[in-house]
Design a protein around this ligand. Structure first.
Ligand code: GLV
Length: 330
């Protein structure tokens, strides 16, 4: 039987590429930057499988250009770059990589929260820039963490792991929003599920972990920042488009909120001319939440296993759309 043909849209950790190459004829995109939409279309035209990244748009036009495609294995837990309904309608399986990046992502949420709360960005800038003239009784003031209230927007795996760190480490009280009750969070972290308005009004720290979908796009605009405390710190490690960045910049500039820490922006990369970079109370890192060797290797293994299961017609270990199973392409 012919070996399956697959396109891998970027160089991945060897643990994935070795497994994929052992079972498939793999075309691996060699560049640092993603393939263009047209190039992606050309490359998948005769493929059975695709490894996509969050920078690769997988939509109906791409799927229609790839009549043999059986599986899209996304190298990410988030899959807002994939039109899952279009995949399901065409019998194309979609896989993602949840679970294995939970701790690394929660670590970055806490890192950003601490950095933003304690004015680390202006401290570094001022130390390097010759503005550190003496020990200042009133300089570089931040916010305390101990015993404060944390608001988790989206109490999934990563929200829980973030809350666990801050509850057990700093004794924070935890409020959260979620589509349904989260008995584990209530029991283990003394957490309370509330409406978003109440969370914003009561929280000293707001950390966003909701997925990007039509109901969460633009969720954080001027009205939401206006509901937060002037001492509030806002952290986003989910997806950039949940936030209206113009409104966030205004809220940071005029003191509506105290500071922000962002692992994700819209677009990515955020152009260096963007006003958020000029604000000393905004810490921005380039979408690095899962960037540790162990985490990326674990993602790579899962991603390869999803791909290989998909090309073989087996159940994907992490299958976003099992309902596609009935219509799978032969
Ligand atoms: C990263 O943002 C991911 O979704 O894995």
């Amino acid at each position: 039987m012919a070996r399956p043909k697959v396109f891998v849209a970027r160089k991945l950790p060897a643990v994935a590429l070795d497994a994929i190459r052992a079972a498939c004829d793999a075309d691996v995109w060699p560049e640092q930057l993603p393939p263009s939409a047209d190039e992606l279309k050309r490359r998948v035209a005769d493929c059975d499988g695709l490894v996509s990244l969050l920078t690769d748009r997988v939509d109906a036009a791409l799927l229609d250009a790839a009549p043999k495609l059986k599986v899209v294995s996304n190298f990410a837990v988030g899959f807002n770059n994939v039109d899952v309904a279009a995949c399901t309608a065409r019998g194309v399986c979609v896989g993602n990589t949840p679970g294995v990046l939970t701790d690394a992502t929660a670590d970055i949420a806490v890192t950003l929260l601490l950095a933003a709360a304690r004015a680390i960005r202006s401290g570094i800038d001022d130390a390097r820039g010759g503005k550190w003239l003496t020990w200042e009784p009133l300089g570089w003031m931040g916010q305390d963490l101990a015993g404060r209230t944390l608001g988790i927007v989206g109490m999934g795996r990563i929200g829980y792991a973030t809350a666990k760190r801050l509850h057990h480490g700093w004794g924070m009280k935890v409020l959260y929003t979620a589509r349904g009750p989260k008995p584990d969070a209530d029991r283990d972290l003394g957490a309370t599920r509330v409406e978003l308005d109440e969370l914003l009004a009561r929280s000293d720290f707001v950390s966003v972990h909701a997925d990007l979908n039509p109901t969460t796009k633009g969720l954080f605009g001027a009205d939401k920042f206006g509901q937060m405390k002037p001492t509030a710190v806002f952290v986003n490690t989910s997806r950039g488009p949940l936030v209206d960045q113009t409104a966030l910049a205004a809220a940071l500039r005029d003191g509506t909120i105290f500071a922000a820490g962002l692992d994700v922006t819209d677009p990515e990369p955020l152009p260096t001319s963007h006003e958020l970079y000029a604000l000393p109370n905004c810490v921005i890192v380039p979408h690095i939440a899962s960037a540790t060797p162990d985490t990326r290797n674990a993602m790579a293994r899962l991603c390869a296993n999803n791909l290989l299961a998909g090309v073989k017609g087996e159940a994907l270990p992490n299958w976003v759309n099992p309902e596609a199973g009935d219509k799978r392409r032969a």
